[in-house]
Design a protein around this ligand. Sequence first.
Ligand code: SAM
Length: 239
Amino acid sequence: MRIDILTLFPEMFDGVLNQSIIKRAREKGHVEINVINFRTFADNKHQKVDDTPYGGGAGMVLTIQPLVSCLESIPNFKSATKILTTPSGHTYNQNKAKSLSEKKHLIIICGHYEGIDERILNYIDEEISIGDYVLTGGEIAALAIIDSVIRLIPNVINKESITEESFSDNLLEYPQYTKPYEYKGLKVPDVLISGNHEEIRKFRRFEALKKTYFRRPDLLEKAKLNNEDINFLNKIKNE
Ligand code: SAM
């Protein structure tokens, strides 16, 4: 996969893209990431990229020319999936991360200040918001998208880690424990050290359903539940 990020603040990406799983994915060639400062595409003497809003109002709006020139400079930009980060977009979730991880080429545009001249919408395919709050710029949103997408690219991380995690089947993940068995009087549930795989499976499924029922009942409505799950849920409701 190739990812191009259009930003005024390329340095914001240095740390995250050069650490841990993303760093390894880049080194192994699973993903190529280019961070481009679209200011360098401004066709005016002072490389100005913003201006006052038509109709008046506070703040500055990013002009369309540097962004479009930058987009057009990217090889095969027409066939790429072009994403605009914006609080007005569809709220990002794991399903969207999964579908983006199957694309060959993503281009992500980071806005700033009051946002971008609305005519940019003629050049993009998707508007994505990472939640109902306002960030100062699209860089953190772009990083959230990139991070969640890269870990889903085949062979970037262990397949089992991806299939059994939160949201993979519209359930939150079961609780995880590790050594020591007892810490300041807090013990690990005994079933996890029983060695009985079937009992461990049942315990984890029950706990995943319980967590989802209490914290995210909206997810449960979309989950595929079998008879055992329905029995577990009845037990949870009656507890
Ligand atoms: N005036 C805009 C509004 O009210 O919707 C907010 C602009 S915000 C200060 C500047 C940039 O940050 C946006 O253009 C967008 O790229 C990014 N941004 C802010 N909040 C975001 C969110 N929740 N999701 C994705 N991008 C966001």
